[in-house]
Design a protein around this ligand. Structure first.
Ligand code: RUQ
Ligand code: CUA
Length: 654
């Protein structure tokens, strides 16, 4: 009977969790004082860059804080019609996977690179949830420069999380899946407990250039891995993963994965794992995954299919993995700026447990275990616990820090943010969010050096916050001032896609390091033109290569004849400008791809297969000069097999 009641209570909380509640006394007015705090005067810059995940659009957006202004949208796991990303011949390989071209994904989390546990903001990493991948964006060009696919993974949610010197970016699988060879993977779903495995991938990041490589994969029990945080400072060398469905259910998880009172935070001693790898304890496992890299000198991406990964099985190497019991279906797990405290956020729990790294080490030392999972120790909850935050609210998800000894936890169900003291565990303030808050982001919040000052809440439900736009409303962010004792709501702003996580850092870290244009003399694209005199058209069977230059305000060549229906036409366009902020576009009628937007000094290729005869205009799509509207050309297409001679005008010899 008692179990039944518990179960029903669990379902009731689960129902509330699914819908969220509206906070009472919705706060709509902000004072004049608040308005002045977010006002960034014309011509002034924001204090912080905020890199925001786009969720289901597979992009990142770049916003300024405190203004909330959108500065740029970055295609990451997506095509981008604005500039031909994913449509140009050079960029297509970036979206290649072992499943072929996958121009979409679901990007949840941002990780900004760090040195000594502080943002250095050289790169932004993002995860593809659906077809598991990790991307690296260069923050001097704001371009996706590398994507690595993650094998033996499904639902790459616990990802990307980063160690304090960006030694590794880590990717944990949400769904456990059957791993191994093609034959091993064809198994009954009801053999879940026996045949399914979790994996955690440790992706090394080159210190100087950022290049990624899967250093090793750690095998794990068939739980669901939700989120993670690296240890830092005193806990550097460790990683913490939240798990749910430790019931190992494979059907109706809503009920079946909420049976147990506690799931686990999985603590991984990755320094130890590194030792085992160095000692040759890893096994090479056959897999298939794509590794795509952008080259800033050839302005071209290449995609390589890799076929092996090094796997480490902690069941045989017992001092790598420990389990900390954590109530109940934890979502986020976060480590405080000192690295001492590990916070678990049980979605269905009535308290927030805070664990102590020091106590964890002592418990391991004393073998203070309450059991094991496949031989890996389960530590005693009480032995590792620093304490519990009592009555924080409903549905805790994520925690960020201000660097002044306070933690801020988002409460999805009760739509509020709760501020509490990390040492005393006392709740000191709470504010409503509009509505159903997911992640929080404080500049520097996940690092060893939070900047405090502002906090942004990313809310799942918008309802009445903005002018309505049909059935779909923009997701909503809210900016709070956290410099005082009380959190103060400053600003509401709509976002792009569905932001999950975001990270913000001082603009001063990168604003003077931006690439302004690409030097023509360093352009090693095989089809680059270094000046207008090289502009030409060449036929090679049914392929026609148009070597095109653009400079204010003309294309060379501009008129082209002798193209035939069914030809494959390649426009190789080099933008000859050597000045900041002067891209030129290229669009041709009937193109089934996109336009190109070519940066100064860059070369890009648009493929076009004319399907009918006629004269087709092409033009520049970016209003680049007073004579932008004059920046145009014509291309004549004759019937297949006709003998219209190939000719083009460059205005040079004529
Ligand atoms: S999640 S709302 Cu995809 Cu990071 Cu927690
Ligand atoms: Cu070039 Cu408009």
């Amino acid at each position: 009977m008692k179990t039944r009641l518990w179960l029903m209570a669990g379902v009731a909380v689960a129902v509330a969790f699914a819908y969220g509640c509206k906070p009472k006394g919705a706060q709509t007015a902000i004072s004049g004082d608040a308005a002045s705090k977010v006002y960034v005067a014309p011509g002034q810059h924001d204090e912080f860059y905020n890199i925001v995940s786009g969720g289901f659009n597979g992009q990142m957006s770049v916003m300024g804080l405190p203004s909330g202004r959108v500065l740029k949208i970055l295609p990451v796991f997506s095509v981008h019609p604005e500039n031909g990303w994913g449509f140009s011949e050079e960029t297509k390989p970036m979206l290649n996977t072992s499943h072929g071209f996958v121009p979409w994904d679901d990007l949840h989390h941002i990780a900004i690179s760090t040195t000594n546990a502080e943002h250095d903001a050289r790169w932004a990493f993002g995860n593809a949830n659906n077809t598991p991948r990790i991307a690296r964006v260069d923050l001097t060009s704001f371009k996706t420069v590398e994507i690595i696919e993650i094998p033996n993974s499904g639902g790459n949610h616990s990802s990307p999380f980063i160690t304090e010197n960006t030694e590794y970016v880590v990717a944990g699988t949400r769904f456990s899946v059957p791993t191994g060879n093609d034959n091993d993977r064809d198994v009954g779903i009801d053999t879940y407990k026996d045949n399914f495995r979790g994996t955690i991938s440790f992706i090394s990041v080159d210190k100087d250039h950022g290049d990624m490589d899967i250093a090793f994969q750690l095998e794990a029990p068939p739980f669901n891995f939700d989120l993670a945080r690296a240890g830092k400072k005193k806990s550097h060398g460790w990683f913490f993963f939240s798990t749910y469905n430790t019931e190992m259910a494979h059907t109706l998880l809503e009920v079946n994965a909420s049976q147990k009172d506690k799931d686990f935070i999985m603590a991984v001693n990755w320094k130890k794992a590194e030792e085992y790898i160095a000692a040759g304890k890893g096994k090479k496992v056959p897999v298939k995954y794509a590794h795509n890299k952008w080259d800033e000198s050839t302005h071209t991406a290449t995609s390589t299919i890799r076929t092996e990964v090094l796997s480490l099985d902690p069941r045989e190497l017992k001092d790598i993995v420990y389990f900390i019991p954590c109530p109940k279906s934890p979502h986020g797990t976060d480590t405080d700026p000192t690295g001492e405290y590990i916070i678990g956020s049980g979605k269905l729990a009535a308290i927030i447990p805070v664990f102590s790294f020091t106590k964890m080490l002592a418990a391991i030392e004393k073998q203070d275990f309450e059991g094991n999972i496949d031989g890996m120790p389960v530590l005693k909850y009480e032995s590792v616990l620093h304490g519990e935050v009592a009555k924080p609210g409903l549905g805790p998800l994520h925690t960020e820090f201000d660097g002044k000894g306070f933690a801020y936890t988002s409460m999805f169900v009760s739509s509020e943010i709760v501020k509490w003291n990390i040492e005393t565990l006392e709740v000191v303030d709470r504010v409503p969010t509009y509505y159903s808050v997911g992640h929080l982001s404080i500049p520097g919040g996940p690092t060893g050096k939070p900047h405090g000052k502002y906090m942004v809440a990313y809310n799942k439900i918008t309802k009445d916050r903005y002018l309505p736009t049909g059935p779909e409303l923009a997701h909503s962010a809210q900016l709070y001032d956290i410099s005082g004792d009380k959190m103060q709501l400053l600003l509401d702003f709509p976002t792009i896609g569905e932001p999950h996580y975001a990270e913000a850092f001082p603009a001063s870290l990168i604003k003077d390091k931006q690439v302004k244009f690409y030097k023509l003399e360093e352009n090693n694209h095989p089809h680059v033109l270094k000046g207008i005199n090289d502009a030409r058209v060449e036929r090679d069977g049914n392929k026609v290569h148009i070597y095109l230059t653009s400079i204010r305000s003309n294309f060379r060549p501009d008129n082209i004849e002798g193209i035939k229906v069914g030809d494959e036409v390649y426009f190789h366009m080099t933008n000859l400008e050597q000045d900041w902020d002067v891209p030129h576009g290229l669009a041709i009628k009937g193109a089934n791809t996109a336009e190109l937007l070519v940066m100064p000094g860059e070369t890009a290729t648009l493929k076009w297969v004319p399907d009918r005869t006629g004269v087709f205009p092409f033009y520049c799509t970016d209003f680049c000069s007073a004579l932008h509207q004059e920046m145009q050309g014509y291309l004549r297409v004759s019937p297949a097999g006709s003998n219209t001679p190939l000719k083009f005008s460059t205005g040079i010899a004529e």
